[in-house]
Ligand binder design. Structure first.
Ligand code: KIV
Length: 272
């Protein structure tokens, strides 16, 4: 488990709830592998999400739909080995929970048993409530995800802002209440108007983490490769880039290539 190592006090769902009550913001980022997870955890992040965005940034797929349970388990296991403090949440991939709550429970149990992660996340409200209830009844912490739910991209037809109209906003608030009442320990709100996200955050007792949902939520999440500037050609308004690692890495690799081609690497001190 990504729990206590030495003096490190692990983040738990209970601590996240305390943070909400104190008004202390929660910082969450994705990770998909051991080395990155070590860096992200070492920097002091509260929650690491092994997102199904791995389908995009690790596997190069256009959408999150193709990633499989086995692939998510591989990524999550690698992340858990690199984490000492953060709460590790794993996305349940498309097709592993929507159809039937028994399949949902089996999928969640596989994630928990085979990865050592702390919780699962799944997309949707009332339509997946039975699956959420069954997973929670097995003692597995669940995080909800409402608003723009990328696994439904073929239904939406666009990655645009969700819940701008009253009917969709009302349904979102209703769903958030259902998830909180069912026992979800937190909810991600993706790409919705800031005022709606703030309202939901006030109305539900559990931590609400936003991405493209303004500053009124209890915390924020970003995709690691986007905020580090590794991904190219993706610049939604909500994305703040904290580094330009694409350029840093490209320069380092170009430098290495030149050194090899010119016989400058290795030098005499770099050999035996
Ligand atoms: O898969 C993912 O990275 C996510 C975040 C965008 C919240 O679900």
């Amino acid at each position: 488990m990504s729990a206590v190592a030495g003096e490190v006090r692990a983040v738990t769902t209970y601590r996240l709830s305390e943070m909400k009550q104190r008004g202390e913001k929660i910082a969450m980022l994705t990770s998909y592998d051991y080395s990155m997870a070590q860096i992200v955890d070492g920097a002091g992040i509260d929650i690491i999400l092994v997102g199904d965005s791995a389908a995009n940034v690790m596997a190069g797929y256009e959408t999150t739909l193709p990633i499989t349970l086995d692939m998510m388990i591989y990524h999550a296991r690698s992340v858990v080995r690199g984490v000492k403090r953060a709460l590790v949440v794993v996305d349940m991939p498309f097709g592993t929970y929507q159809g039937n709550s028994k399949i949902a429970l089996d999928s969640a149990i596989r994630i928990m048993k085979e990865t050592g992660a702390d919780a699962v996340k799944l997309e949707g409200g009332e339509e997946v409530l039975e699956s959420i209830q069954r997973i929670l009844a097995a003692g597995i912490p669940v995080m909800g995800h409402l608003g723009l739910t990328p696994q439904s991209i073929h239904k939406f037809g666009t990655y645009g802002v969700r819940a701008k109209e009253k009917a969709e906003a009302d349904k979102l608030l209703h769903d958030a209440r259902l998830l909180a009442d069912a026992g979800c320990f937190g909810i991600v709100l993706e790409k919705i108007p800031a005022a709606l996200a703030e309202l939901v955050t006030k109305k539900v007792p559990v931590p609400v983490i936003g991405i493209g949902a303004g500053k009124g939520t209890d915390g924020q999440v970003l995709v690691l490769h986007d905020m580090l500037g590794i991904t190219q050609g993706f610049s939604p308004r909500f994305l703040r880039r904290y580094a330009d690692l694409h350029t840093v890495m490209n320069d380092a690799i170009s430098h290495y290539i030149t050194d090899v081609k010119e016989g400058d690497f290795p030098n005499e001190k770099e050999q035996y």
